[in-house]
Write a protein that binds this ligand. Structure first.
Ligand code: PLP
Length: 379
């Protein structure tokens, strides 16, 4: 077998596989982005976005990948007074910290080792030092396959008098439960290429009423006020990425057909099966297992085996694409994304191939056990 991107079992940590309906929706000739047809597309997206966020609010789609959404959020919302508290325990926490520091000077970064959660009690200690006007958190740290306890962290934020809570939810939206209103989230950014299974290149931003009021000009292109105003007329301030909007509408329709609760439940069941199958292979999760993410599983490479022995073989011999580690974790872990429209056959094929690879290397504790672990968890 050779690698074929069109037919591969595609389980990287996002972008994820895209449904053919979404692919077809993109295949249109140019549209007049100021015309009635496209305004109808934007209107429908606005109507559908609450399905992904699980609540209504001020919601906008930006042309530009998830990072553009983060830059829009931080540049338009970071208070100019007080101290900004950034929570960082992975590659995306570090990147968020870099963005925040472009727009704020009084910044404290609370870190935890990669793979360990940021605990609510550590956040409380920082908040009790006083003068915090905003807390910036990554909910699901894709780089290490870890979900921070945002419910617990947000409770501390509320206890401290509710400084702004700004969240990178790029690999969380439509992947894991988020109680935006209950947790008092002021702004959250989602990425369409993760739980929504739409192409990369857009950012979805949800704002609370309080955040809407607090918007101030930051960058020109990503000024959230400039994006929200024309939305009243289903318009965008600049030329939008029209094919990606068409794709997003279809992906949101698919989500509505499945139902957000059902998508989250399926994602969780696939994650549980992945973790059980990983243990059956004799492999270890990278993150603290009590905080393992349900959208992406990060697994330590077994001793003496790295990307050339595992991921490259999966790709070349079995047409399966998984993701490696980022930064300091390059060559140390591999990651399986099981969000969006991932399904049981994806896991069966992947773990069958992993069994074969480890078996050939004489590293497989119990042949068949990983597949059994998956089969036993199938509906
Ligand atoms: N934050 C998180 C948690 C992510 O998973 C990603 C992408 O994987 C990003 C930020 C960056 O998003 P993008 O690559 O779409 O700019």
């Amino acid at each position: 077998m050779t690698f074929d991107p069109e037919t591969a079992t595609f389980l990287i940590a996002g972008p994820v596989r895209i449904h053919p309906r979404v692919l077809r929706a993109m295949s249109m000739s140019s549209l007049n982005h100021r015309g009635e047809f496209f305004h109808g597309v934007v209107r429908e997206i606005r109507e559908l976005l609450p399905v992904a966020f699980g609540t209504t609010g001020h919601q906008v789609v930006l042309s530009g990948s998830g990072t553009a959404g983060l830059e829009a959020m931080y540049s338009s919302l970071l208070p100019r007074e007080g101290r900004i508290l950034v929570l960082s325990n992975g590659n995306f926490g570090e990147r968020g910290d870099q963005i925040v520091r472009r727009y704020a000077t009084h910044v404290t970064t609370l870190t935890a080792p990669w793979g360990q959660p940021i605990t609510p009690s550590a956040v409380r200690v920082e908040l009790e030092r006083g003068d915090v006007s905003a807390v910036c958190a990554v909910y699901n740290e894709t780089s290490v396959g870890l979900t921070n306890d945002l419910a617990g962290i947000s409770a501390e934020v509320r206890r401290a008098g509710s400084p702004m809570l700004l969240v990178d939810g790029i690999s969380a939206v439509a992947g894991i439960p988020i109680d935006i209103r209950g947790w008092g989230i002021d702004a959250i950014v989602g990425g369409p290429q993760k739980g929504l299974a739409s192409p990369a290149g857009l950012a979805l931003v949800h704002l609370s009423d309080r955040a809407r009021e607090a918007l101030h000009p930051g960058t020109f292109y990503l000024d959230l006020k400039a994006h929200l105003a024309p939305l009243e007329k289903n318009d965008t301030p600049w030329t939008p990425a029209v094919p990606l909007f068409l794709a997003l509408r279809e992906a949101l329709l698919l989500l509505r057909e499945e139902g957000l609760e059902n998508r989250l439940a399926r994602t969780r069941r696939l994650a549980e099966a992945t973790r059980a199958a990983t243990a059956a292979l004799g492999l270890e999760l990278f993150p603290d297992p009590t905080h393992a993410s349900d959208t992406v599983t990060a697994i330590r490479n077994p001793a003496g085996m790295g990307d050339p022995e595992i991921r490259k073989v999966l790709e070349k011999e079995y047409n399966i694409l998984l993701q490696g580690g980022q930064g300091a974790l390059t060559g140390k872990i591999f990651r399986i994304g099981h969000m969006g429209i991932a399904e049981w056959p994806d896991l069966l094929v992947t773990f069958a191939a992993l069994e074969r690879i480890l078996g050939k290397a004489d590293r497989l504790p119990t042949p068949g056990a990983a597949l059994r672990a998956i089969v036993d968890r199938m509906p």
